[in-house]
Design a binder for this molecule. Structure first.
Ligand code: ARG
Length: 457
């Protein structure tokens, strides 16, 4: 069939070219935004007298009918259409006759697709932000439940200093808050309307771009028509924000995988979020966490793909830009799925405080506190650090820990040691003393929890 755009060409294209050119299999996702954009456009054309008010009304009613029938399933998207824009216009013209042909006055598919994509991604940002907020609430609740559960904190994956599990969990809420912030920041720049840029140069009609922008909930319009049709920064920014978010989920996942291993056994994942092995009946595998970690690569790939598509494109629109959608759609879908599954996994996870404590008791993670004890009694930190190291070495040799080394042994190293050294190296006390802002003490974790809750609600 000859194309709607048949002009200087016959529009008689080869079937393989049609299939190659077609984007309807993926841009059909934007049907709602396409129709809403068209309704705003029709209203603007009518209000400016570019078409009659009666025609505008007919167009809007026709578009409403198409939206209704698509949502109810009565109308099916034709996979043979070139793209969603052509499909909607074609059905409209079939339904309301020649008036349908007036809809495309003073616009082009170039500004239309830029508009649809902004509207679509804007609502994805809103959806993702809501799911992310729920995850923050869940992690914060877990942190509250384990705010005084001692575990070893690590650097270089070596036991370093005692922290509470609550404190460790709250670190992730900070990452997720930054993710939320990045999403809302990206939304700000996304929320400008490109419609009215037309093919690239604007139009000779007396349009009102602000009218359309306002109707569609934008904060303003793209100021340059060539930029309006060729800018995809908003999708790049979003894919960047989503990649960072996935990186956070992936680091968290890595810890979940480690913590649920027999080597750690710091947590127990619920049966609902683990799988068994088809051959080893004892296995309880953290597949959800592993998949989230794996899918992070996929979201990075989506981002790199988009950057690469755009690199080197001359102004203004180029068909390469049709390749902008699948990657960013996939990234949004993947992030939503990962966030949802991850939330369920965290909500149903239980800690094993006994194993955490056991691990904390080995590894001399209170050696810094021993040095601090001497410093508080007047010793210079470097000297105290050295003495503390020598005491640890002796303990290792004797199979003791700082909590069990007799006071007489301590006294050999420094006259500063007294009975209260045992309070200083008590693991719980070590965590509890870290009252500095943002530190691991219960009081500080409670403050963090309150601050996060205040931001989320
Ligand atoms: N399907 C196209 C896309 O996604 C719509 C814009 C087509 N514009 C054009 N000049 N052929 O980019």
């Amino acid at each position: 069939m000859a194309k709607m755009w048949a002009g200087v060409t016959s529009g008689e294209t080869a079937k393989i070219a049609d299939d190659f050119n077609s984007s309807i299999s993926f841009d059909c996702k934007m049907y709602k935004q396409d129709i809403e954009g068209s309704m705003a456009h029709a209203a603007m054309l009518g209000s400016k007298g570019i078409i009659s008010e009666a025609d505008a009304e007919t167009l809007i009613e026709g578009l409403q009918g198409i939206l209704r029938d698509l949502e109810s399933g009565e109308l099916k998207i034709d996979p043979d259409c070139e793209d969603i824009h052509m499909f909607v216009e074609q059905v409209l013209t079939e339904r309301i006759g020649d008036v349908g042909k007036k809809l495309h006055t003073a616009r082009s598919r170039n500004d239309q697709v830029a508009l649809d994509l902004r509207l679509y991604l804007r609502s994805e940002i809103d959806e993702i932000s809501e799911i992310l907020k729920k995850l923050i609430v869940i992690v914060t609740e877990k942190a509250e439940a384990y705010k005084d559960t001692i575990m070893p904190g690590y650097t270089h994956l070596q036991r370093a200093q005692p922290v509470t599990f609550g404190h460790h969990l709250m670190a992730y809420t900070q990452m997720f808050l930054r993710d939320l912030d990045r999403l809302s920041d990206c939304r700000k720049r996304m929320n400008l309307s490109p419609i009215g840029s037309c093919a690239l140069a604007g139009t000779t009609y007396q349009t009102d771009r602000g009218f359309e922008a306002e109707k569609l909930g934008f904060d303003g319009i793209c100021m340059n028509s060539m930029d309006g049709v060729s800018d995809r920064d908003f999708a790049l920014e979003l894919s960047g924000a989503l990649s960072i978010l996935m990186m956070h989920l992936s680091r968290f996942s890595e810890e979940i995988v480690l913590w649920s291993s027999w080597e750690f056994k710091f947590i127990e994942l619920s049966d609902a979020f683990t799988t068994g092995s088809s051959i080893m009946p004892q296995k309880k595998n953290p597949d959800m966490a592993e998949l989230v970690r794996g899918k992070t690569g996929r979201v990075y790939g989506d981002m790199i793909g988009l950057f690469t598509v755009l690199k080197g494109l001359p102004l203004a629109y180029n068909k390469d830009m049709q390749e902008d959608k699948e990657g960013i759609f996939d990234a949004c879908e993947t992030v939503k799925n990962c966030l949802t599954v991850f939330s369920g996994m965290i909500e149903s996870m239980k800690a094993r405080p006994d194993n955490m404590l056991k691990a904390a008791q080995k590894g001399f993670i209170n050696a810094t506190d021993l040095a601090d004890y001497m410093v508080k009694k007047g010793e210079a930190f470097r000297t105290a650090y050295k003495i503390s190291g020598q005491i640890v070495a002796e303990c290792m040799e004797k199979g003791l820990v700082l909590e069990t080394l007799p006071l007489e042994e301590y006294k050999k190293y420094s006259p500063l040691f007294e009975e209260d050294v045992f309070d200083a190296v008590d693991l719980k006390a070590c965590a509890e003393k870290r009252i500095s802002e943002g530190g691991t003490s219960v009081e500080s974790v409670e403050k963090q929890i309150a601050a996060v809750r205040a931001l989320i609600n």
